[in-house]
Each structure stands twice: as structure tokens, then as C-alpha cells.
Write a new protein. Structure first.
Length: 499
């Protein structure tokens, strides 16, 4: 890249950001973000975070700014497995759905639009939300190609909400929406140095979201601050008759941002999952600094000796395979025939497998579809039912619930994920195992990650996990830590690592 090109990128990038990377209020416009996307995402560093742009965004902006409230005129990106009524397809990253324009809004989008939020576009993702191949590269899709991490362009953005994480970190929108089954909001938030919140499963409707698992799927906000995540959750949460999991959401819906500014950790007992730190001594040292900040803010730290039982993950995988086959077919059968403009209508997982084989040069160049094929073969209802009951027990009643109760703590904390690893399309992801987010994912409990610093310029997040429906208190704890944090958080370099 030439010196002139680097200067142009820096000028666009810094003109619309503070030193923390948060877009300036006065610069928070569709035009500003489109300029940044043109210079940073489509040219220059080529982050490849945005998969489609909404041609109606500028037209919608004026009306949105006339709305009263903190989200009026806020510009967001939406992960491309979530339907919006805007004239953009919802592809889940697959060429199979490249024409999937349903004209439908996922129900939670209605709350965002009423609040004045403007949808700028869709973000790239790990194809099929990273549930196609066991050796995939996070952030790659057949439609969008490979998303890059703005902190180190040759390193992974994690997945599956890779474009949402990279896009927010690079200031391509005020915020983004991601989705998670296990780690797909929290991991890319951690690796890209932003806030990510996976709410209690059932807090937000999943209708018109391309599914993996009705037991574990949820959408959630990805932002530059805990307050912004809380503002978004406030208008996204709510019951949806079409999604039985949300039956209790209205009873737990509240103003999640209220009181965040004064939330305190004084006297709060935090369960420290020491064995979830991993083997990297620099991650451990960064975590110790976060613990010191938490203690200085008044928290009581309680070490917890816990290792996730391997059968929990084993049984989770069985659940995801079984539900992928059934839930994806249920979604595909709702799509209009026009969603398959160049192919016969694809209504089942078996159809999707056949499509990939027929388009192997584009879809199977870098990795296969062994998880799709395993899911197609996973038809034993009794085995599935037993696996779900056991994984849920180990993560919920005998996991988070027991750890909170036995240790008299309000939340569990740990590093969220390892620092980003180099992108490797040939052999796939190979990050070091760090964190305990599968507990919250399988149990369906809230999980917040907040930046806690960096290792050699690569961001690492701090996880706060709580009990079911305890979303507001988890956000309060994260906001209090955010204010207490003394370690600087990194600014995206828009360069390769080490340059």
C-alpha cells in the first residue's frame, strides 16, 4: 500500500473517531460511514466486513433523526443471517441464498426502527454461522469472502459475527447486530476490541433469523460501549408469539440502560474462573490487571476451581447437529420461490448439501461440509433428547447456577477468548482455548464481554456471565468495570500484525 493511500485511510478513519475508536456524535451520519466503508472496507486495507449496502439508508436517515430518543439517527449494520425489510438479500453467506430478498423484518427490527435506528447494510459472517465445516476459517463466506481483523489484517476476526465485530471496531457504523449459538457474538467482540452482549436466550425474538439451534440461538448488540449495548437491548427485547422461547421476555424487558452510569461493583462478589485463563502468560497477566481494577472498584474476588466437563460440549454438539437439520428446514420452507432465482427451491439441509456439491468450486474450495453431513445423518430423537437434557443440566443447574450459589457470587468472570490467530484458509482456525462462554451459551444465560486490553496489539475481552434473565445486572457490572479499567484499549491499526 502506498504512503498516500495510508494517509488517506488515516484521515478518513481518524476524522470520525475519538481516541477510543468511538464515532463522534457530529460525524455519525450515513454519508460519513459510506465514505469510511469505501476507503477502509472496499479499498485500502479491504476489511471486507460489509457484504451489502442498503440503497434506502440515506433516504431513511432524515426521518430517523426526527425521532425523539437516544437512538435517533443511529446508523447500524446487521449480520447477514438476519432478515430486514430493506432491499438487500439475507444470505447467511451462502451463494444458495444470494437472491433471498423476503421483504420481511425480523420482529426485533421493528423496535429499532421506531427508535430511529437506520440500517446501513449487512455484515459478512462465517458462512451458515460457522456450522458447516469443522475446519473452517472464521469470517469466510462464499458470498463475502474473508473478513479481516482491523487490529491485524492478517489475523482472524473470529466468527460467526465477524463482519459485525470488525465493522464496529473500524468505525463503519455506530453499532451492529450479531447472532450467537456458542461464542459468535462474544468471540468476535473480544478479538476486535469491542463490547458484545449475548442476552438470555428468549429475551429477543429469533423469527426470520437463519437458524442453527432453537435451544441456543440468540441475536444481540455489538457496540463500542456497554451503555450503547444496553440502549439497543432495551428496544430489541420483547415477546414474539411466533417464537415460544420469548414467552417470558416481556416480563423481563426493562430500560437496560437506566442506572448504568452509577452502577457500582462495591461489595459485589465475583467468581473468578482461574482455569479458563488458558496457557498464554500474557493473557494471564492482562487478566490479573483486570482483577486488580475490579478489586480497586470494590469487588470481592472469589477464586473458583472449575473445569468444564467434556461431556457438556460433546452433548451440545449432538444438539446442534439435530436442531440444525430440523430448524434450517423449517426456515427454508418459509422462503418465497424468488429467493432461489437461479436454482430450484432449496427447502432442506439435504438440498443445501447438494447445492454445495454442485457449486464446489465456489463453496468448497477451502473447506468442506462435514458438519452439514453429520447433521443430515443425526435423526435419532431419543439420542438428541438425552443430549439436550444433559448438556443443559451441566451448563445450567449444575454449572452456572451451582457455581453462583455455592460460592455466593453474583457473576462469573474470565477472559473471553485468546488473542486473534493468523488467518489460515487451508487448515482453518487454530486459536488457543480460553474462556468459559460455552456455559452461558448452552444454558442460555447472559454473557457480556468488555475490552480489557491487548496482548501485543491484539485485543482481549473480559467476560461477565450471570443467571438466567439477570441481563440488566450483568450489564451494570460490565459498565462499572468499563469505568474502573486502567489498562488502555487498543486502537485499530488497519495494518498487518507487526507492521
Amino acid at each position: 500500500m502506498s504512503r498516500f493511500a495510508r494517509s488517506a485511510i488515516s484521515a478518513v478513519f481518524l476524522a470520525a473517531t475519538t481516541l477510543s475508536g468511538t464515532p463522534l456524535q457530529a460525524q455519525d451520519t450515513v454519508a460519513t460511514y459510506l465514505a469510511r466503508i469505501k476507503v477502509i472496507d472496499k479499498a485500502g486495507p479491504k476489511l471486507n466486513a460489509v457484504i451489502a449496502l442498503n440503497p434506502d439508508a440515506a433516504k431513511a436517515e432524515a426521518a430517523a433523526r426526527a425521532v425523539q430518543g437516544p437512538l435517533a439517527g443511529k446508523v447500524i449494520l446487521v449480520k447477514d443471517n438476519i432478515e430486514t425489510a430493506d432491499p438487500m438479500p439475507t444470505t447467511a453467506g451462502s451463494l444458495m441464498l444470494k437472491d433471498n430478498r423476503t421483504g420481511r423484518d425480523a420482529p426485533f427490527m421493528a423496535g429499532l426502527r421506531v427508535a430511529g435506528v437506520v440500517v446501513l447494510g449487512k455484515t459478512n459472517l462465517s458462512e451458515w454461522a460457522n456450522m458447516r465445516s469443522s475446519v473452517s476459517s472464521s469470517g469466510w463466506s462464499g458470498v463475502g469472502g474473508q473478513t479481516r481483523n482491523p487490529h491485524a489484517l492478517d489475523h482472524s476476526p473470529c466468527g460467526s459475527s465477524s463482519g459485525s465485530g470488525a465493522g464496529v471496531a473500524a468505525g463503519l457504523a455506530w453499532a451492529a447486530i450479531g447472532s450467537e449459538t456458542d461464542g459468535s457474538i462474544t468471540c468476535p467482540a473480544s478479538l476486535n476490541g469491542i463490547v458484545g452482549f449475548k442476552p438470555t436466550v428468549g429475551m429477543i425474538s429469533r423469527t426470520h433469523v437463519v437458524p442453527i439451534s432453537h435451544s441456543q440461538d440468540t441475536v444481540g448488540p455489538m457496540t463500542t460501549s456497554v451503555r450503547d449495548a444496553a440502549l439497543m437491548l432495551t428496544v430489541m427485547a420483547g415477546s414474539d408469539p411466533a417464537d415460544p422461547a420469548t414467552a417470558a421476555a416481556d416480563a423481563h424487558k426493562t430500560d437496560f440502560a437506566a442506572g448504568l452510569a452509577s452502577a457500582s461493583l462495591k461489595g459485589v462478589r465475583l467468581g473468578v474462573l482461574r482455569k479458563a485463563v488458558g496457557s498464554n502468560p500474557k493473557v494471564a497477566a492482562l487478566f490479573e490487571k483486570a482483577l486488580a481494577d475490579l478489586k480497586a472498584a470494590g469487588a470481592t474476588l472469589v477464586d473458583i476451581d472449575f473445569v468444564q466437563p467434556p461431556e457438556m460440549g460433546r452433548d451440545e454438539y449432538t444438539v446442534l447437529l439435530y436442531e440444525l437439520r430440523t430448524d434450517l428446514a423449517a426456515y427454508l420452507q418459509t422462503l418465497p420461490a424468488a429467493s432461489f432465482k437461479d436454482t430450484p427451491p432449496i427447502r432442506t439441509l439435504a438440498d443445501a448439501i447438494a447445492f454445495n456439491k454442485a457449486h464446489a468450486a465456489q463453496e468448497l474450495q477451502w473447506f468442506g461440509q462435514d458438519e452439514f453431513e453429520e447433521a443430515e445423518a443425526m435423526t435419532d430423537l431419543a439420542v438428541y433428547t438425552k443430549a439436550r437434557a444433559n448438556s443443559l443440566r451441566l451448563a445450567g443447574r449444575d454449572g452456572i447456577d451451582k457455581l453462583l450459589a455455592d460460592n455466593r457470587v453474583s457473576f462469573l468472570i474470565a477472559p473471553t477468548a485468546a488473542p486473534a490467530w493468523p488467518i489460515d484458509l487451508v487448515t482453518g482456525d487454530h486459536g488457543i482455548e480460553v474462556g468459559a462462554g460455552s456455559l452461558a451459551a448452552i444454558a442460555g444465560y447472559p454473557h457480556l464481554t468488555v475490552p480489557m486490553g491487548a496482548v501485543e496489539g491484539l485485543p482481549v475481552g473480559l467476560s461477565f456471565m450471570g443467571a438466567q434473565w439477570d441481563d440488566k445486572r450483568v450489564l451494570e457490572a460490565g459498565a462499572a468495570y468499563e469505568r474502573a479499567r486502567t489498562v488502555p484499549v487498543p486502537h485499530p491499526s488497519l495494518k498487518r500484525w507487526g507492521e
